[in-house]
Design a protein around this ligand. Structure first.
Ligand code: 5GP
Length: 177
């Protein structure tokens, strides 16, 4: 029989809601008069982005890019490429990247370099979760939700083989052999 993952809650939806509220307050303080461009990384950040921007009651724009570093499953291939690029110009804009998780840091540092070349007025990073124990390249996270242990997370947008994105909580998987 194939291995069946067990799902354990790490952060409940109520804890997530409180953290997203805190992040929204920090972002509002810094960006409310700047018409920022928020760029989400698909697919994992869609739920975080949706909840976050509903708490940002000032003019802003939203874009998504799709990058690929993970194949199906839990291992990163280590190589990042753009699968779906930007449709609007970032030149001269105040850009805030919205990321679900910073793990090795390779995806985020690739996107920071990619966007920096397009000459935004400013470029910052908001990450819902950070797994610093796995870092391979340094990344500065300007707005951080949770620091998480070295476990594979699912739920609240995060997947395992495209499953579990619809869980309202942030969970970790334990694979039973
Ligand atoms: P990094 O390039 O920092 O290693 O990884 C960034 C991307 O890898 C994230 O946007 C996410 O898609 C994926 N990733 C990293 N860690 C996890 C995890 O624990 N769970 C899930 N579902 N995806 C992860």
């Amino acid at each position: 029989m194939s291995a069946q993952p067990r799902v354990h809650i790490l952060f409940s939806h109520d804890e997530i809601k409180a953290t997203v509220r805190r992040l929204a307050a920090e972002i509002k303080k810094d960006y409310q008069a700047r018409d920022p461009l928020l760029i989400g990384i698909l697919t994992g950040s869609f739920m975080f982005m949706a909840d976050l921007i509903r708490l940002l009651d000032f003019p802003l724009e939203v874009e998504f890019v799709r990058l690929s570093s993970y194949g199906r499953g839990r291992q990163s291939s280590g190589k990042v490429r753009v699968v779906k690029g930007l449709t609007s110009s970032v030149k001269g804009r105040d850009v805030l990247i919205i990321e679900d998780i910073v793990d090795t840091g390779l995806t985020t540092s690739f996107l920071l370099d990619y966007l920096r070349k397009k000459k935004p007025a400013s470029l910052k990073l908001c990450a819902l979760t950070d797994k610093p124990s796995r870092r391979q390249t340094p990344v500065i996270i300007d707005y951080l939700g949770f620091t998480v242990p070295d476990k594979f997370l699912v739920g609240y947008g995060l997947d395992w083989d495209e499953k579990f994105r619809n869980l309202p909580d942030i969970c970790y998987l334990e694979v039973e052999e």
